[in-house]
Write a protein that binds this ligand. Structure first.
Ligand code: SF4
Ligand code: SF4
Length: 373
């Protein structure tokens, strides 16, 4: 063991099988280890125990409306770019009980009372770290801190992975969020053919790694990782010109392009559900038949749902065109004013998982062309 190389922000070379021991240590510290897994010909984030649970050698081919798993031949564990699920489900669950009310003479309110789970997220991409940071700004504001989100966030351990094989719908370089993970992790892996180059981001990450058998990160390995990341940056499947955003959106609300995209969009809400930064929610009440127990839940909502924009007097966004325009104008325009950053990290999920093949990078380019004409 070479203690002198174990400062926070330093990097070491770790034999791949040593990561199994890190996962095991994390579970001993009370964490549920969660990572990418193949399921039903798709990719999900679910419990993992060892490297064998990861989709080794598999990559995903992604295009507008298309996601396909391909056995790529190489032996790496983390080459696959994620599917429709994002990590937001672990911090901001799709459905969560806020409280239960029971009537026994008087009404009594019971809070959920469950302690927040402790998740160790394994394989978090740079864009996904940026997405968590964006959701933090919405859920952990100085004037209101969401108790469910913040308790789960406090319990997180994050193993990030630098992207060496971007998918056809990725554009993190345009959004300045990848492919290299810069911050917000406990450990960060760059997977080379024989070893992981591991960067240390926190004290807990450092202490877990200190027990493992590692070598100093040689200049050769660091160069290999840097070259891989430079290549990945050049291989982005998409690009988005952000130079004139948000003005392009907020000053062209009556453009013809909104009409065109409104005819193709199904208002299915897929894009918002897969988006790692979308945070809209609704509350629903569930009462038993005797009227003695009522459970209030928080559930994900979407600006594409007609009921989302129903206010006294009717629906303020009846046309699909208006809902798509609201989504994109918020995501790439007014979000900046609200949170100091765009609401998009360039992960490409909304493009891949749109059943109509609508691609926001194309929509922005077409809007820009129309306005220029
Ligand atoms: S843009 Fe695509 S994914 Fe989003 S609501 Fe419309 S059809 Fe569904
Ligand atoms: S808007 Fe689309 S590309 Fe941007 S973060 Fe959301 S899902 Fe990813």
């Amino acid at each position: 063991m070479i203690e002198r190389h174990l400062a926070i922000d330093s990097a070491v070379s770790l034999p791949k099988n040593e990561l199994d021991a890190v996962l095991s240590d994390l579970r001993q510290h009370g964490y549920q280890t969660v990572g990418p897994r193949l399921k039903d010909e798709g990719l999900v984030y679910a419990g993992i125990e060892t490297l064998d649970d990861l989709p080794r050698g598999v990559i995903s081919e992604q295009a507008a409306g298309t996601f396909r798993l391909v056995q790529a031949g190489q032996e790496r564990y983390f080459d696959i770019i994620p599917g429709g699920q994002s990590w937001k489900q672990f911090l901001f669950p799709p459905r969560v009980t806020l409280f239960t009310a029971r009537k026994n003479g008087h009404w009594r309110i019971e809070s959920d009372g469950e302690p927040a789970p402790r998740y160790a997220l394994i394989g978090v991409r740079a864009c996904e770290l940026a997405a968590i940071e964006i959701q933090d700004r919405a859920f952990m504001r100085a004037d209101y801190c969401d108790p469910i989100y913040s308790a789960r966030h406090r319990n997180l351990f994050i193993v990030a992975v630098n992207c060496l094989q971007p998918a056809g719908t990725c554009f993190c370089v345009s959004m300045g969020t990848g492919p290299r993970a810069e911050r917000g992790y406990d450990l960060c892996l760059t997977e080379l053919d024989d070893v992981f180059l591991v960067e240390i981001g926190s004290e807990l990450g450092r202490s877990l790694l200190a027990k493992r058998s590692f070598e100093p990160a040689s200049a050769f390995l660091q160069n290999a990782a840097n070259q891989g990341l430079e290549q990945a940056a050049q291989q982005m499947g998409r690009r988005l010109d952000t130079s004139d955003l948000p003005d392009l959106l907020t000053k062209n609300l009556e453009a013809e392009r909104w009409e065109q995209v409104g005819k193709r969009c199904l208002s299915c809400a897929n894009c918002t559900l897969v988006c790692p930064t979308c945070f809209c929610w609704d509350t629903t009440d569930h009462t038993d038949l005797l009227g003695k127990i009522t459970r209030r839940e928080r559930v994900w909502d979407s600006c594409f749902n007609p009921s989302y924009s129903y206010v006294a007097g009717g629906n303020t966004r009846q046309a699909i065109r208006s809902r798509y325009r609201q989504w994109l104008t918020h995501k790439l325009g007014t979000w900046k004013e609200q949170y100091g950053t765009p609401g998009c990290v360039g992960c490409g999920r909304c493009i891949t998982w749109c059943p109509a093949g609508i691609d926001l990078t194309e929509e922005i380019a077409a809007l820009r062309e129309e306005v220029k004409a």
